[in-house]
Design a protein around this ligand. Structure first.
Ligand SMILES: C[S@@+](CC[C@H](N)C(=O)[O-])C[C@H]1O[C@@H](n2cnc3c(N)ncnc32)[C@H](O)[C@@H]1O
Length: 270
């Protein structure tokens, strides 16, 4: 059999590339951060720290937006940061490259600088599964952020979130598969996996594997307040009248819809 016949699409797949194309919309994230900062603060933000930065795609989007923006990405996995250096940072203009720094560290022990903005996106802080650990992390963010700084997080939930299920979504040239493999209602811990499938039937099995805790919004809010944040606001997505789907516009809210699955932003002011 020739290698052309045995070659499968999954053999060439780069899981970080597929992840960036399927999972995180960094443009929308930075749009939200920029607009929300401008609505709450009278001065421009300069230094943004992206916690759990992985490939630092969001940090790159921040520095790309303005020549006064500086970005610091923190992740304890140096290998994934190296992928980001090669594939994301090198795509920036040479001048913008000089405004990005990646630090390999635990997010609870960040570098001693004072960011205006800290991001914890992609639900990555759900990886901190005990109350004491999440509180320690939130306290370290509060201790390091500027006096008028803002900490942005995302969160997800809804009545399908604690279910064992698999969802597929067509992307450009592949299918993204989100699997909620296990959920324990006693401690709210879950096991989630991301797989990628290709038209020739090949598959990258368990490209990403997460054991995390499905935190609720009241728990997160209470911990942020306990950590010292003076004001915590939930920004809930509006609904498009025609489609009944989310419209991509997030506004401050105290009442949300009991949807099967929702994603929202949390804005914690220092
Ligand atoms: C859900 S992924 C987010 C990936 C990232 N958004 C990206 O685009 O690549 C979680 C990331 O958090 C990192 N991580 C998990 N716990 C951490 C910790 N305590 N300190 C620093 N990084 C951590 C992992 O190495 C991983 O890159």
């Amino acid at each position: 059999m020739s290698s052309a016949v045995t070659h499968r699409e999954a053999d060439d797949a780069d899981r970080h590339d597929l992840y960036q194309r399927a999972v995180q919309d960094v443009e929308s994230e930075i749009d939200f951060v920029t607009q929300t900062w401008a609505s709450l603060r009278d001065r421009p933000a300069a230094l943004l720290r992206e916690d759990f930065c992985g490939t630092a795609n969001t940090t790159c989007e921040w520095v790309r937006r303005h020549s006064s923006h500086r970005g610091l990405g923190v992740d304890f996995d140096g290998a994934v940061q190296d992928w980001g250096r090669v594939h994301n940072i090198t795509r920036l203009d040479p001048e913008a490259r000089g405004r990005v720094e990646l630090v390999t560290a635990d997010v609870t022990a960040p570098p001693p600088v004072t960011p205006d903005i800290v991001l914890a996106m992609n639900f990555s802080y759900y990886l901190l599964m005990d109350r004491a650990d999440l509180l320690r992390y939130f306290r370290s963010v509060h201790a390091s952020i500027a006096g008028d700084g803002i900490f942005f997080l995302d969160a997800y939930g809804g009545y399908e979130a604690p279910m064992v299920l698999e969802e597929k979504r067509d992307c450009d040239g592949f299918t993204y598969v989100w699997e909620q493999a296990a959920f324990n209602p006693i401690d709210s811990r879950m096991h989630c996996r991301i797989h990628f499938e290709f038209e020739d039937g090949s598959r990258v099995e368990s490209a990403f594997d997460y054991h995390w805790r499905l935190w609720t919004l009241p728990e997160i809010r209470e911990l942020l307040e306990e950590a010292g944040f003076s004001k915590v606001t939930i920004y809930w997505e509006g609904t498009d009248e025609a489609s009944g789907e989310g419209d991509g516009v997030y506004r401050p809210a105290t009442v949300g819809d009991a949807d099967p699955g929702w994603v929202c932003y949390i804005v914690a002011e220092a």
